[in-house]
Write a protein that binds this ligand. Structure first.
Ligand SMILES: N[C@@H](CCC(=O)N[C@@H](CS)C(=O)NCC(=O)O)C(=O)O
Length: 361
């Protein structure tokens, strides 16, 4: 069965989905998300502008990279994108939460602070591949404007930029140290954590020229990993035996817990206030206001982004499905990285997604 992936080479989340589909050997073609595709396919089917989408030949439209990945993983025989063992899966889901909802901050900061002219032209090339360069620059500016304006919602500001860079450089050096021991996140072949991290680390942070130059200077092992993920094929390589979770991932998870976890806990608290008097089935707004946060030791303000709790619920569902010795091992891991509070956090309502939007279940 042939699928169509709608996305762009520049987009974080298209990169995540594409890498997983390619590694899995899925038969798919990619359609570039031009303004016409947004108007004729994306907006009518989803109700708002977002990429990537997976279209199936029996008429299904799948949006959200986690759903796309899980769909193709179920649809075809072959090694799963998800690790089969409990702790490796827990680590994968935590890294997905981190890559999707936290590394997006440096991804968007570096893109718009250091690659603005390039990405503006690139957005023009994507929108109007056959137009003149001048026309592409003009179209690119129009397409870029709302995206650039959205960057501050992630918390990118003069107050936080040095902290965002410190956080990212810390991550790069920890991930480099990990990659000196292991070719991929959990062993000799990629899995969900690799594809999630590939999202921010490929499109925005490797492919955008100034970011790529920094990555080459600062973290050659991460550059080599990006290139390995690009060419990896299912069938060669195994995950580490015995549900091993490498010690070299612990510093990455610790950094996640020290900075992303407080934001998630605060987001849950704000959602609790918001959900009072909301009926089941009510749509949850994408942004629930603004709150203070700390990144790389710098304090700033960002939107309270409800979607991150959807990814957190996925982590918690897995954690809560564990029992006995597996649960005890998970608890030890979480305790070591400072993640116990996040795992046991009670979300105020059960979340669901209907019509591509977050709702109260
Ligand atoms: N949770 C979504 C996030 C998708 C997302 O944020 N995509 C970005 C591009 S990488 C987007 O479409 N933003 C709005 C836009 O570009 O118009 C997923 O995993 O698919």
């Amino acid at each position: 069965m042939g699928y169509i992936l709608i996305g762009t080479e520049a987009s974080q989340f298209s990169g995540k989905a594409r890498a997983a589909l390619r590694w899995r050997g899925v038969d798919f073609a990619e359609t570039t998300a031009t303004p016409e595709i947004y108007r004729d396919i994306i907006e009518p089917r989803i109700g708002y502008a977002v990429i990537p989408l997976l279209l199936t030949d029996d008429g299904q439209t799948i949006q959200d990279t986690a759903d796309i990945i899980d769909f193709v993983d179920r649809a075809a025989p072959g090694p799963s994108i998800h690790p089969a063992t409990p702790l490796q899966e827990l680590v994968s889901l935590l890294l997905e939460l981190y890559a999707d909802e936290w590394l997006v901050i440096p991804a968007m900061h570096y893109r718009w602070s250091y690659n603005e002219d390039w990405i503006t032209e690139e957005l023009g090339r994507i929108a109007k591949p056959d137009a003149s360069r001048q026309e592409q620059i003009e179209v690119g500016r129009a397409v870029a404007k709302p995206r650039q304006d959205a960057v501050q919602r992630f918390g990118v500001s003069d107050d936080t930029i040095s902290g965002i860079e410190a956080h990212y450089e810390g991550f790069l050096s920890d991930f480099s140290a990990h990659l000196r021991q292991h070719p991929f996140v959990l062993g000799d072949r990629p899995s969900l954590g690799d594809f999630a991290l590939f999202g921010p680390l490929y499109g925005p942070l490797y492919r955008d020229p100034a970011s790529g130059e920094q990555m080459r200077r600062f973290a050659p092992p991460v550059v080599a990993w990006v290139e390995r993920v690009l060419s990896a094929k299912a069938g060669s390589g195994q995950l580490l035996a015995g549900d091993e979770t490498p010690a070299t991932l612990l510093p990455i998870l610790k950094r996640q817990m020290s900075e992303q976890a407080p934001v998630l806990i605060e987001t849950a608290r704000i959602l609790q206030e918001w959900t009072r008097a909301q009926p089941s089935g009510a749509r949850i707004k994408r942004s629930l206001g603004a709150h203070e946060f700390v990144i790389g030791g710098r304090r700033g303000e960002r939107s309270v982004l409800s979607f991150a709790l959807w990814r957190l619920q996925r982590v918690q569902d897995h954690y809560r499905s564990l029992a006995g010795a597996d649960r005890a091992r998970a608890d030890r891991l979480l305790e070591t990285v400072g993640g116990s509070a996040l795992a046991s956090l009670q979300l105020p309502v059960r979340l669901d997604r209907r019509d591509y939007r977050l709702v109260i279940a």
